[in-house]
Design a protein around this ligand. Sequence first.
Ligand SMILES: [Zn+2]
Length: 461
Amino acid sequence: MRIASRLYYSAGIVILLFSGVAASAADQTIVLKAARIFDGKSKSLIPNGVIVVQGDKIVDMGSNVAVPSDAKVIDLGDMTLSPGFMDAHTHLTLDFSGDFNKRRLEQLDLNISEQAIRAVGYARTTVEAGFTTVRDVGSRFVSSREFVDVALRNAINKGVIVGPRMLVATKGIGATGGHFDPTGGFRDFLFGREPDYTDGIANGPDEVRKAVRFEVKNGADVIKAAVSGGVLSLADEVDTPQFTPAEMVALVDESHRLRKKVAVHCHGDQAAREAIEAGVDSIEHGSFMKPQTVALLKQKGTFLTPTLMASEYIMSKIDQYPPTLQAKAREATAARSEMFRNAVKMGVRISFGTDAAVFPHGQNAKEFALMIGLGMAAIDALKSATSNDAELLGIAQKVGTLEKGKLADIIAMPGDPIADITVTERVSFVMKEGKIIRNGSPSMQAAAESTNITDITAPVD
Ligand SMILES: [Zn+2]
């Protein structure tokens, strides 16, 4: 009885303490100061940057703006403040970097719950690298009904774990034997049945609509489809079209009716042309797009998400992939550099996306240097990862730029990213919705995650 009442009493104090902390954190005004601000939209950086944050929002920002007297000031010195970076193409629940065959076997060995637990670390590493928002475009586990990306997103939103804001696609949609068929390359009927719409496999316009509805029902924020072959799939050619124009029209129409955007995995030129005509919101990869197709992209205002990091990483350890995939990777990488240069020259809307999971999570910012190496201006590459991605994701009213009233997703990197874009790879301050996730060294968990990081060399042409 006595012990019980004492426990009750201490619990009461703990609750009081915690609520006290919570109340003061909500009211506390935080001022971030740094030598420069990249605001997500301007043509140049703003000197002597000051950002005033109250609760989860930015209440003032600019050069030398007044600091409220009661504010907690964090002076970051010779750094650049930026809107939190976004990555429009991740797979936070997966990791197929490293030895391809080992990973393929691991997919079958590991329980889905163990893979989900690993994803918690990938999410943490990603946000600590400065990526406060991701569009996660496909979370497939062969012969499983689990929606791990939805669970990860929800756990982050509820504050159970730390990670980026996620817009998820669930399984993605593709054709039998196509890039998204999870049983492709395995012995026939190894898993007992052919995958169907519940696995994201659909054939014919009606089934495509059914798959879209099924994924939205289960929590998809965005619809992802594979409309051409891919590099890391064993049963298809990299550039063949895998949906008919009628299937693509059904895909886009059904998704847009349900107010979801459509991102399509597409390397091939014909599939890209048909997808752009059907009205998709972004072409992912786009490796073999001819100049006329890139021009069509420009004319329609469709985004290109180039994912240069994916081919860069695969090429850096090409010997570790089966020969058929090596040939596909070589072909796609050789084509994508010219395609990307054309897209930059033509002024196509370029969104920042990396295909994280093909390479170890947390290295997303290496995409910046690759973009610049292929002709993009540094300021435009920075905009692609902030305001452009916010527009593509449909969340530009809340995030993507540093402005009064926007959510306080703010990161800082050392020095000047215009002078040296690789400083984006050394983000050391991360705030998401007004809460500081990192100020200085990475957390133990993120540091442990990044031990398997291999270095990527200069752009492959
Ligand atoms: Zn991908």
